[in-house]
Ligand binder design. Structure first.
Ligand SMILES: NC(=O)c1ccc[n+]([C@@H]2O[C@H](COP(=O)([O-])OP(=O)(O)OC[C@H]3O[C@@H](n4cnc5c(N)ncnc54)[C@H](OP(=O)(O)O)[C@@H]3O)[C@@H](O)[C@H]2O)c1
Length: 326
């Protein structure tokens, strides 16, 4: 995708192209060549157009439909960061009488978002129903409460089931893998980041079984860490790799499903704040430089590309698609 605007702007970066898994990946590194880390995706804004709003997603997806249909849609981790942007942007793309379920632990933040959406065009004119589940997805009860919402809402009127498995945590990045001797600690991380995603997805699919006229879309918010190891991020890399494989298996088993593993790129969120305390010095420098040099994406930018993918709906099911490849 080419930068829009008047004529080519001079690029401050050295661009290398790697061929490998999936589509061609462009790695950008700084001119002095000191950091070849793929996380160091310098000058993002010079290479990619800013895409901010649902209307931009519609414009980019010009060949696809203008909305996502009458939907039952769940967004986990909707209280902040990327999840909140997904909730805002998807709300504007749902047909009237759709239901949007927002999930996170922070009930107050979910309520604020609910009020905002109720006052928006989707809420006032579109009759969007926004339901909240303030729950810890690391606990069985939390997952069951979301599945209950899906069971109660399941009806023949729904044209599109969408589940955004977005909630995740970075885990303790202040330690190397060999320090994780406590199995309970590891289990607790995997319980939220892997097990809950599978149980939730399975429960929601059972609530909305395959039927004619129903599209079922599963979005897994993934990461480059699903494919590539990063020192001191053992929990996160393990969780993302497991989750991605899990969704690939689901796509094999249920050919009617539309499954998308979306890599949103480095975004300016609380997770990035935590990432700046990474133990590994080279990785910490790369993460800190991205932030101090203003190279992080906004959640809205990344989310617009995700919405474009969903509107166009021409991705290969189970594909692992990266913001930077679109
Ligand atoms: N930020 C990045 O640079 C980046 C890069 C690549 C991929 N990603 C991925 O993008 C997704 C969103 O990340 P983000 O940066 O937006 O993260 P974030 O700002 O830390 O937000 C995480 C969300 O998950 C929720 N959450 C955390 N623990 C939970 C739990 N136990 N139960 C229920 N909800 C929980 C949080 O809400 P509560 O605290 O209210 O529960 C919050 O809404 C994640 O899958 C992440 O791995 C992020």
């Amino acid at each position: 995708m080419r930068r829009q605007g008047a004529g080519p702007r001079r690029c401050r970066t050295r661009v290398a192209v790697r061929r490998g898994m999936g589509p061609r990946r462009v790695l950008l590194s700084r001119c002095d060549g000191s950091c070849a880390d793929p996380l160091m995706r310098a000058s993002v804004r010079e290479h990619f157009p800013r895409v901010m709003e649902p209307n931009d997603a519609r414009r980019l997806a010009a060949s696809g439909p203008a909305d996502l249909g009458r939907s039952f849609c769940i967004v986990t981790g909707a209280s902040k960061g990327l999840g909140r942007s997904i909730a805002r942007q998807v709300a504007a793309l749902l047909r009237p009488q759709s239901t949007l379920v927002l999930v996170a632990r922070s009930g107050d933040k979910l309520k604020e978002l609910q009020a905002e959406l109720a006052a928006s065009g989707a809420g006032e004119a579109g009759g969007l129903v926004v339901r909240l589940v303030a729950a810890d997805l690391g606990a069985k009860d939390g997952v069951e409460r979301v599945v209950r919402e899906a069971r109660e809402a399941s009806s023949a009127d729904i044209e599109h089931l969408m589940l955004f498995n977005n909630a995740a945590s970075l885990g303790d990045v202040s330690r190397y893998a060999q320090s994780f001797t406590d199995m309970d600690e590891v289990d607790s991380y995997l319980s939220f980041n892997v097990s809950s995603a599978l149980s939730l997805t399975a429960g929601v699919l059972q609530a909305f079984p395959r039927r004619r006229g129903l599209q079922r879309t599963l979005v897994n918010i993934s990461s480059l860490c699903a494919l590539q190891p990063f020192p001191s991020w053992s929990l996160y890399c393990t969780g993302k790799a497991a989750r991605t494989m899990m969704f690939r298996v689901l796509a094999e088993e249920e050919p009617d499903l539309r499954v998308l593993n979306y890599v949103p790129g480095p975004m300016d969120t609380d997770m990035q704040v935590q990432a700046r305390s990474t133990l590994d010095p080279k990785l910490r420098k790369a993460v800190c430089d991205m932030w101090s040099q203003g190279q992080l994406l906004t959640c809205e930018e990344s989310c617009s590309k995700l919405m474009m993918l969903l509107l166009k709906d021409d991705y290969q099911s189970a594909a692992h698609m990266d913001y930077f490849d679109l």
